[in-house]
Design a protein. Structure first.
Length: 561
């Protein structure tokens, strides 16, 4: 039986999850709502998830939306097979009209009802994490363990994190008050005031092709829980993960007594550029986007009617000054550069090293020795093809593949990108990272994002020059992450100042199981809005507050008898 709109059951059911998330964003210690280990999803979870994924293939995706005028779709797995899934294509006017019509009841239900329904969506998605993992794997090229985490519990944690921030912002002020102003000998002026959350309107989430769920969930849930309707426009290369998300959201909303058109899917027909079309519609008041700088900047310039949250390209740098764990540093860097073939907005691209080399617990290592040792560490990490395939995943773009193959044209090649045979998918384009040496004193390709499995060993005069290059590159070109290895506290302090001035998150002396390209929900601040890589911090109150207004009403309060 559907829940009534005023029914508090979902809010109370998930109160503990909300309270845990609210505590976590204040304390910033480790906390996770959804377990990341595959085995915790039942003995048959993996097999059931794979079967559910395979049941989607070669058929029309079941999604009953207004304005249906045909189907669209053409995803191909980076591992080889075509998915042959057709998705309903809905006319833009109909989608936007339905979304707008769904908002009033959702707005009037209040923050408790919206929060309960949104957390219920995440809980239902969590139950389908294995299915989502296969969908992410076969649209993005991520290896299965990574696809499970990034498309399942880690993404769900990010959605809950956004809900927690939104709850804090929506509950910051009293919903009602009696206002009384003394008037001396005359009776006081008395008003009864009420304050209501008013959403901006229709929100647009533009999905990316590499992390369609992980990048979409913060904006999707931040907009939805604050009372807006959300139109999800996936990348044509990665529709299924977001189509499954939309289907679950619509199912929960309808069961809770709300209009399912609060969340809809807008796919591209062949040759259609729907993101640009939707972004300029006056009904669209919020836009969340992850992708190229060119389109992100176009959105910021042209979608004047909307608040735009854009995560764009950046150049992530690391300074290698000295280390007392040389092998640990190299192993950490090798994994960082190899994970998902560098197809992450957080992957380090530039390893900045003094020309004279660095001091280590293995003795002094020259610039060339650092390069050779890092290449050897990558070789050791990826020596076994099954392990290499799981870490590297598959290349999802011809442009990225071509860039890896042409890496030798970018500078002095230390280590070429090499193919790896995938044990389960012989046709997959799997490539190891290329390592290229360049001169940091000159302009070059290292000053632009070279997305994918290409990293640079950048020679500079000394550590001071290395920190200056890190700061200037991050500030001018944008960066999401930065790193430093040093045994000198003065160098670490200067690196922290450089990162602060450039507005980039800094990792120091990583040598174990934490990597610079990993971001933990509820603790790490992902992106800062302080450099060109992002126009908003994606994990704080400033990310959710612009998604709603507080509108007041007031009337005189008569004296009670």
């Amino acid at each position: 039986m559907p829940l009534a709109v005023s029914d508090p059951a979902l809010a109370e059911k998930h109160r503990a999850l909300l309270d845990g998330a609210r505590a976590a964003i204040r304390e910033r210690t480790f906390w996770s709502a959804f377990p990341e280990h595959l085995a915790l999803y039942g003995e048959d979870g993996a097999a059931a998830g794979k079967a559910a994924f395979e049941a989607c293939l070669g058929r029309e995706f079941p999604l009953d939306q207004p304005g249906a005028d045909g189907t669209a779709g053409g995803e191909r797995s980076p591992y080889g097979p075509e998915l042959r899934i057709r998705y309903p294509h809905s006319a833009t006017d109909a989608l936007l009209a339905a979304a707008a019509a769904a908002i009033p009841a959702w707005r009037d239900a209040g923050a408790d009802a919206r929060t309960g329904a949104c957390i219920e969506i995440l809980v239902r998605l969590n139950e389908r994490s294995h299915e989502l993992a296969h969908a992410v794997m076969h649209t993005t090229g991520q290896g299965y363990p990574m696809a499970f985490q990034a498309g399942g519990p880690h993404a769900q944690d990010r959605g809950l994190e956004a809900i927690a921030y939104a709850w804090e912002e929506m509950s910051r002020h009293a919903p009602a008050a009696v206002w009384e102003k003394p008037q001396g000998k005359r009776p006081p002026l008395r008003l009864r005031k009420s304050f209501r959350i008013a959403p901006r309107g229709v929100a647009l989430v533009i999905g990316c092709s590499t992390f369609p769920i992980w990048n979409a969930y913060p904006g999707l849930f931040a907009s939805l829980v604050t009372g807006n309707a959300v139109v999800v426009k996936p990348s044509p290369r990665a529709v299924l993960p977001l189509a499954l998300t939309v289907a679950v959201a619509r199912e929960v909303l309808e069961a809770a007594g709300f209009d399912p058109n609060l969340v809809t899917l807008a796919v591209d027909a062949d040759g259609e550029r729907r993101a640009a079309e939707l972004a300029l519609r006056p009904e669209v008041r919020l836009i969340d986007y992850t992708g190229s700088s060119a389109f992100g900047e176009w959105l910021e310039r042209n979608a004047a009617q909307a608040v735009v949250f854009a995560e764009k390209a950046g150049v992530n740098s690391a300074v290698l000054d000295s280390t007392d764990d040389y092998d640990g540093m190299l192993a950490n860097l090798a994994f960082t550069l190899s994970l998902y073939s560098g197809q992450m907005c957080t992957t380090t691209q530039n390893l900045i090293v003094p020309r004279g080399g660095i001091e280590t617990d293995k003795g002094h290592r020259s610039f060339d020795e650092v390069g050779a040792d890092l290449a050897a560490a990558i070789d050791r990490l990826l020596a076994e093809p099954p392990r290499a395939a799981a870490i590297l995943g598959a290349i999802s773009s011809d442009e990225i593949l071509a860039r890896a193959e042409r890496a030798g044209e970018l500078g002095r090649l230390i280590r070429p990108s090499a193919p790896v045979e995938h044990p389960d998918f012989p046709g997959a384009a799997v490539r190891t990272p290329a390592l290229v040496a360049v001169d940091g004193a000159a302009d070059g390709p290292h000053l632009e994002e070279q997305f994918g499995p290409v990293a640079f060993l950048v020679a500079v005069d000394d550590t001071a020059a290395a920190l200056l290059l890190l700061r200037e590159t991050s500030a001018r070109r944008g960066a999401i992450t930065a790193a430093v290895w040093s045994t000198d506290e003065a160098v670490l302090a200067e690196a922290e100042r450089a990162a602060l001035e450039a507005g980039v998150a800094l990792s120091e002396n990583l040598a174990g199981g934490v990597y610079v390209n990993q971001s933990a929900a509820f603790s790490d601040f992902h992106a800062t809005a302080a450099n060109p890589a992002a126009s908003a911090s994606l994990t704080d109150g400033a990310f959710v507050a612009p998604r709603f207004h507080v509108v007041q009403s007031r009337r005189p309060l008569e004296e009670e008898a």
